[in-house]
Design a protein around this ligand. Structure first.
Ligand code: ADP
Ligand code: ADP
Length: 228
């Protein structure tokens, strides 16, 4: 059974002068454990598609089943919980909180969990170690390089052990060395079973995915699976 099932999704942002549809009939099923790369020109709907998958945006039209639940009928409060417990987000600009330490930023990923303090500490430590940030627990984001900030953001995304990680241009602000390292960490997560969906401009990254989806004018233009 697919983890993600989108059928004929349309999306138009409201409140814009000329409402140009961002998505115009997207259908796709994504199975647990897949690594999907979404590519395509700027404005083709990649971020919109990712945000709908992440339930950050509700589609104007179409059916979305997440783990066989109809997302469009889930009230916002429950949706926030689903998002916080099942989905990890990684953004191009890291989205860390400036005045919180690495440890505290990562702990934010557990805000919907009721684990005991000790359990929480173990989860945060484990996530920090997985991204090689164990020795930076007390640093503030501004004391870190871009690559380190993104590793911290990945730790925040995975600390709650989500089923899926969504990353929008996760390496867009990184030099090639840090980009490769960041992608390596995301791939490692996928190798251990986490479903991974990234939006990327880098074809070298898309080549490493098990499936590539190319967007064009709000539609899936091409979808190809890697022969392994
Ligand atoms: P990307 O190509 O990586 O999606 P953009 O520069 O298009 O980056 O978008 C950056 C942010 O601005 C996103 O949060 C997106 O939702 C928002 N955005 C993009 N286009 C518009 C627009 N026409 N009006 C308002 N917000 C927009
Ligand atoms: P991509 O990620 O491929 O660059 P987006 O999904 O960001 O594409 O954008 C698709 C279309 O939707 C573009 O025309 C963009 O300007 C528009 N758009 C994106 N975000 C917003 C927003 N928050 N408000 C209004 N229009 C938006």
């Amino acid at each position: 059974m697919p983890l993600i099932s989108l059928s004929d999704i349309h999306h138009t942002y409201s409140g814009t002068a000329q409402a140009v549809p961002a998505l115009r009939g997207v259908s796709i099923d994504i199975d647990p454990g897949e690594f999907v790369a979404i590519i395509g020109p700027s404005g083709s709907g990649k971020s919109t598609l990712l945000n709908i998958i992440g339930t950050l945006e509700k589609p104007s039209q179409g059916r979305y089943l997440f783990d066989n639940r109809d997302v469009t009928t889930i009230p916002e409060r429950d949706l926030a919980r689903l998002r916080a417990t099942r989905i990890g987000f990684v953004f191009q600009n890291f989205n860390l909180i400036d005045h919180l330490t690495v440890y505290q930023n990562i702990e934010l990923g557990l805000r919907y969990r009721r684990d005991h303090l000790r359990g929480r500490r173990e989860l945060v430590m484990e996530a920090m170690d997985r991204v090689g940030m164990g020795h930076r627990a007390d640093h503030l984001p501004r004391q870190l390089s871009g690559g380190q900030q993104q590793r911290c953001a990945i730790a925040r995304a995975i600390v709650g052990q989500p089923a899926i990680v969504l990353a929008d241009e996760p390496t867009g602000n990184l030099d090639s060395r840090n980009a490769a390292q960041t992608l390596g960490i995301l791939k490692e997560l996928n190798d251990k079973g986490t479903t991974l969906i990234i939006v990327t401009h880098a074809l070298s990254q898309a080549d490493q995915a098990s499936r590539t989806i190319e967007m064009h004018d709000g539609r899936i233009h091409l979808s190809s699976r890697r022969l392994s």
